[in-house]
Write a protein that binds this ligand. Structure first.
Ligand code: GTP
Ligand code: MG
Length: 312
């Protein structure tokens, strides 16, 4: 795929790793001009791509800018032009990102499966989510359904202690679906509202591991008609466009219901969620902004769109 102005060919792969704030980049582009000409548009396209917004979405955004704003701006100051561009882009990005429906929980036992590739932040986010739900006065338990990685169970147990939430676990190497089963049974007998289940990191390309997740789904669903109410895909904001491919595959394989974007504190960007939303339709539900228990917030499209244009 080539961008509107064929700029993609000029961008080397590694460049996406070295990013500066979108606003700095935009100001740099507009610094010398008060006109939004083709060259300026091509450079805006470049910075959006570097911010991981994705080729298709970027092309749409640039087309929109072009149709709304190209023309005589000879009397516009660079500052005004900058503000108008940011407002057009952030409005459109907010529109694409859409409303955050929040967690769609039901009465009775809810099961939330945390899924994603290795190291994306599933375990930490499961604990943060348990904490958040507990603070909403829900009864929560954590299920240690990552039985694969050494020390994963201990990691979740440590979080459980910190959050003050029980952890249902089996031995390392046991069947994760059996852990889910036990957790749902425990939830039923203890009148628990939400089971937050950590699962093992898996590459979206490994079909046997995806089968294991499907089994977790099935077991939860056999015990509670609506379960799992949520299958949350945990995406690491720093992984860039690869996150889009993860979203596509996990969505098709295990019926993801929403996305949590982690490590936003570690990157100026996170623009990939714009293309995740546009191309998969999955709502972004939370963002992780640190390693601490309170570093999880409901996703706010408009605040996120504005923050994309904050300087770093
Ligand atoms: N800065 C920052 N670090 C995070 C965030 N979320 C998770 N981490 C860190 O990312 C690392 C991996 O987090 P885990 O929760 O263990 O990730 P995981 O997906 O469970 O990893 P596996 O179980 O190995 O697949 C840890 O060092 C976390 O502290 C976040 O929002 N911001
Ligand atoms: Mg983990």
């Amino acid at each position: 795929m080539t961008g509107t102005f064929g700029v993609l060919s000029r961008i080397t792969r590694g460049l996406t790793k070295t990013r500066t704030g979108l606003s700095n980049a935009l100001r740099g582009i507009l610094g010398q001009t008060s006109r939004l000409d083709e060259e300026a548009l091509a450079r805006i396209e470049e910075v959006l791509i570097q911010a991981d917004v994705g080729a298709t979405t970027t092309a749409k955004l640039v087309d929109l800018l072009s149709s709304k704003m190209t023309g005589a701006h000879s009397k516009t100051s660079a500052n005004d032009l900058y503000s108008r561009i940011v407002s057009v882009l952030s409005e459109e990005i907010t529109r694409i990102l859409g409303e955050n429906p929040g967690l769609l929980l039901t009465s009775g036992v809810n099961v939330i499966l945390m899924v994603g590739v290795n190291g994306s932040g599933k375990t930490t986010t499961a604990a943060k989510l348990a904490y958040l739900l507990k603070n909403e006065n829900r009864r929560v338990i954590l299920a240690a359904a990552d039985t694969f990685r050494a020390a994963a169970i201990e990691q979740l147990e440590a979080w459980g202690k910190k959050v003050g939430v029980p952890v249902i676990k089996h031995k390392e190497g046991s069947d994760p679906a059996a852990v889910i089963y036990d957790a749902v049974m425990a939830a039923k007998s203890r009148s628990v509202d939400v089971v937050v289940a950590d699962t093992a990191g898996r590459l979206h390309t490994k079909s046997n591991l995806m089968e294991e997740l499907k089994k977790c789904r099935r077991v939860a669903n056999r015990e509670v008609k609506e379960a799992p109410q949520e299958v949350l895909l945990v995406l690491d904001a720093t992984t860039g466009q690869n996150a889009l491919q993860q979203a596509r595959v996990f969505k098709d394989a295990v019926g993801v219901t929403g996305v949590i974007l982690t490590k936003l504190d570690g990157t100026a960007k996170g623009g990939v969620v714009v293309s995740v939303r546009e191309e998969t339709g999955l709502p972004i539900k939370f963002v992780g902004t640190g390693e601490g228990i309170e570093d999880l917030s409901p996703f706010d499209a408009s605040a996120f769109a504005r923050s994309l244009f904050d300087g770093v």
